[in-house]
Write a protein that binds this ligand. Sequence first.
Ligand code: FAD
Length: 475
Amino acid sequence: MNPAQVDWGSLQSGIEGEVWLPGESGYDGARRLVLKQFDHVRPQAVVRCRRAEDVAEAVAFARAHGIPCAIRSGGHSFAGYSTGTGMVIDVSGLDRVEVGGDVVRAQAGVQLVDLYDATLRHDLAVPSGWCPTVALGGLALGGGIGLETRKHGLTVDHMLSATLVLADGRTVTCDEQHHPDLYWAVRGGGGGNFGVAVEFTFRPVPVGDLLDYRLTWPWVDATAVVDAWQRWAPDAPDDLASVINIGVTDAGDGSEPELAVAGVWHGDPAEGERLLRDLADLAGREPSSWSSAVRTYRATIMNWFDCGGFTPAEAHLVGHNPAAQIERYAFSLCRGGFFDTVVPTEGLKELLAAVTGRPFAGQRRDLNFIALGGAANRVAPDATAFVHRGSRYYTGYSADMDPVVPAHGPEAARAWIDGAFETLGPWWSGRSYQNFIDSRLADWQQAYYGENLARLQRVKEQYDAARFFDFPQAI
Ligand SMILES: Cc1cc2nc3c(=O)[nH]c(=O)nc-3n(C[C@H](O)[C@H](O)[C@H](O)COP(=O)(O)OP(=O)(O)OC[C@H]3O[C@@H](n4cnc5c(N)ncnc54)[C@H](O)[C@@H]3O)c2cc1C
């Protein structure tokens, strides 16, 4: 239907939320994602839902008028799949969290900082991620990797139920007993595929103080440290969370990348310190700095959110609330994959050399290694739709430009990251993380879903045969 002929007023009168149309004062704020690189996309309408019934109305309206839909919770999709030229169904306003007994009930729009804030009041956490403004809606459907992954598993491993508005307008709750196939699929099948998630329940984990650590080494030691780390972290006791961050602030000024191994230890602090000593000994290189301290869980997670000193209200994107302090990202790309085996030294040298290759002024570059193993890998690959259970770690490159994106910046960043991604080729498992969605991945079906793909396709056929929910990498 011609967009001009759509009677949006009739949708507005049927919902508690708002319908934002081009030209209206709230439209630009409502249409934007977290990454400014998608600011050129102009949806026909953004429907800000306040309740599950609003979502059902929006789905019915879009279906009746033949308008394609994109679903949005936190707007962090690296491929921009939470916007489009049709209707955006935005559930960011569904952001309630209730902690009752041993269950956390959380709506899909809740952002991680608010989820932690609510559960930590009860000394509980729902294992999730380390970005404050990522929302459950996207994160929980695709996996959820963070500080608790090795100790307790992924977000999907704690999901007891999910409530979704389906393409046919029904609102269903799936769990072990009800719609078990859908319940299997939403635990790792990825956002946007089966319906609009409006609410989840989770089994939280008890949390206490943590050893929060960060060790740095000079760049000359990088191969030895990464080699030691890849043998150490994935096989360490579950109490360890560990990440290598290799970063260069400006890839054009010739400065050496900084190398840090950071993470937390959930157990006895003295034991954690001994384990860190083992890493330094294994690398055969003394860290140039060693910082480790026992902190409260709240202080630790705010630190990992890069929001140390912020209140939860401040740890939001500007515009979310009057106190919010975080700016949107100008431009960001990421590409990477899961690694199942130890990479030989020659391979590591290539991975590391890629960080400084193709210099370009104004690009921030990072190479991250995130340790897996532990509890996340004790779940069978077909127990949930999250297939990557044999991985030792995730390795990913990212390129950011903030706040200024120079001319040719995006093109240069793509050229660099594609080249860097190629260096993973001989070593990675061929699997990528569906939540770090990568629009340039050739065989994305296999990369995200592997042997779970066929079952996911059957669930898609069962719940959305007409492919009402569709986007370039939809199942
Ligand atoms: C800066 C940054 C930091 C990150 N940190 C982490 C991390 O620590 N750990 C981790 O595991 N991941 C992390 N991610 C990846 C993150 O999990 C994914 O980008 C996730 O999809 C974001 O969810 P969202 O709701 O914020 O984004 P959105 O862009 O709103 O959604 C992402 C996808 O899910 C779909 N979707 C969103 N809401 C719903 C819903 N309610 N129902 C059905 N489909 C929906 C969208 O259509 C889209 O395809 C990070 C991403 C960024 C950009």
